[in-house]
Design a protein around this ligand. Structure first.
Ligand code: CA
Length: 478
């Protein structure tokens, strides 16, 4: 071996040492990245939206019911943040859900109306949530979440609108706006369609609210080790009015059969909210789960026996009883319990969830909601929303500060000051004509900037909705 060989061997040994050091460094870097990723993963919360359907504002314990007991929903409210001025973006099911799931006022993408039979002048291919819109599930998928949808969809029945094509990995439920609670042979009737699912052969129904509870609990068990979003879309207490005998017995003292059945249906909803919370606690993930409870719109008092007291109006119209809903967020790890009194909207859930999950919202998302956590936690001073707007069939509404204007086709606009008159009893439009003019201008400016409507409801609903403004509503608890 000559000198050069020795030198080469020396160089080779050094090379090997350097290579090993490099390897160790790379492994250390990878490891630290992995640890960081794990930490991020751990701090990402789970999300659950528990949506009630057509629930009367005043029909829960924590919103003042003297008649209906809801201990599990009340416990959730008591351990979380209660939002006393929370709105949905429409007074009926489908457009409200379109807003909720996208974070955009659905009028801004032509979804003004409820989904019903497609009228001949409209293209059925567009009868659903436009595929151009991203859902909460789409956005959370990008952030590594597993997403489940249990229950009522009501955002389109064509294949392109299926939950499983809108960001949800798992679906158990039905595509339309309602369903029978008890099992019945499929006869093709509106509320009698079979349950569908992409992850199991659907079981025979026992009682729909319990079956949804079962699926929610099973979803939590299946995915407890991942970060997940569960959209628990109950249809209680929406019609048909069907309750379990043992639940009806609890409310045997309520004479009116519809109201008694309604109370029993809410009882069963409450039991299943309790089951969801219990399962989260059992799995040790309750503290790190954001649970939102709300209703998709106010109670249709005549149809299901609901009471929206202390608010005037109900489902289908823009008085507070139609759009102001019970609203709770529980997130023990990061949200103190308390009461938040500034106006918020269901449109805020999308940006709130995305930012809590580590994502970013930017202008091109065109969201109408905002992340409400910095406001609630007082990191940002001021109101999340100075202005909110609604448009639904024949009506439009604008809330600005404490003022609320409603525009209808057959009368002068209505104006209320919600601070002094939350029950909207005193129309003070005449005395405030300058304010009415400026609010009409703002509302009209929005109107003409929105796209054409994608589909319409049958013409009869226009008269129905107008009539609902002239009805008297119960403003006090029974
Ligand atoms: Ca509804």
């Amino acid at each position: 071996m000559n000198y050069n060989d020795q030198k080469n061997i020396g160089n080779d040994s050094l090379e090997i040492i350097y290579m090993n050091i490099r390897r160790v460094l790379i492994i250390l870097m990878l490891l630290s990245g992995w640890v960081k990723a794990q930490q991020n993963e751990e701090t990402k919360p789970n999300f659950i939206i528990i949506l009630a359907d057509d629930l009367g504002y005043g029909d829960l314990g924590f919103t003042g019911s003297t008649q209906i007991k809801t201990p599990h929903i009340d416990a959730l409210a008591d351990s979380g943040m209660i939002f006393t001025k929370a709105y949905v973006s429409a007074p009926v099911c489908a457009p409200s859900r379109a807003g909720l799931i996208t974070g955009r006022n659905q009028v801004n993408f032509g979804y003004d109306n409820n989904l019903t039979t497609v009228l001949p002048q409209f293209n059925p291919e567009y009868s659903g949530l436009p595929v151009s819109e991203k859902t909460i599930a789409d956005r959370l998928s990008e952030l590594g979440y597993i997403n489940g949808m249990i229950g009522k969809w009501h955002l389109g029945e064509k294949e392109q609108f299926y939950p499983t094509n809108r960001g949800f990995d798992e679906f158990w439920g039905y595509l339309g706006g309602g369903h029978n609670y008890f099992p019945s042979e499929y006869r093709g009737a509106k509320y009698d369609k079979p349950i569908i699912s992409n992850y199991k052969k659907p079981q025979t129904l026992t009682y729909l609210t319990d079956d949804k509870g079962d699926e929610c609990v099973a979803f939590i068990k299946r995915h407890k080790d991942k970060t997940f979003f569960l959209y628990a879309s109950f249809n209680a207490p929406h019609t048909p009015m069907q309750a379990i005998d043992e639940d009806l017995k609890i409310y045997a003292h309520i004479k009116d059969k519809k109201r008694r059945t309604y109370a029993a249906m809410i009882h069963r909803l409450d039991v299943n909210v309790g089951r969801i919370v219990r399962e989260l606690k059992k799995q040790g993930i309750y503290e790190n789960t954001v649970i939102v409870f709300l209703s998709d719109n106010g109670g249709p008092t005549k149809n299901n026996g609901s009471i929206n007291a202390p608010f005037n109006g109900g489902k289908g119209i823009l008085l507070e009883g139609g759009i102001r809903v019970p609203f709770v967020i529980s997130y023990p790890e990061k949200l103190k319990k308390g009461i938040y009194n500034n106006p918020i909207t269901s449109l805020d859930l999308m940006p709130t969830f995305i930012e809590l999950a580590g994502g970013k919202i930017n202008k091109k998302d065109k969201l109408d909601g905002v992340n409400i956590f910095p406001y609630v936690n007082k990191e940002i001073q001021g109101l999340p929303h100075q202005t909110m707007m609604w448009r639904f069939t024949i009506s439009a509404g604008l809330r600005k500060g404490s003022w609320k204007l409603i525009r209808l086709p057959d009368r002068l606009p209505l104006l209320f000051n919600l601070d002094n008159d939350p029950s909207e009893q005193d129309n003070i439009a005449i005395e405030n004509s300058d304010l009415v003019k400026s609010m009409l201008k703002e509302l009209g400016g929005w109107d003409v900037s929105t796209p054409h409507i994608l589909f319409l409801e049958g013409a009869r609903w226009r008269r129905n909705q107008l009539d609902l403004y002239d009805k008297e509503y119960q403003l006090e608890q029974p």
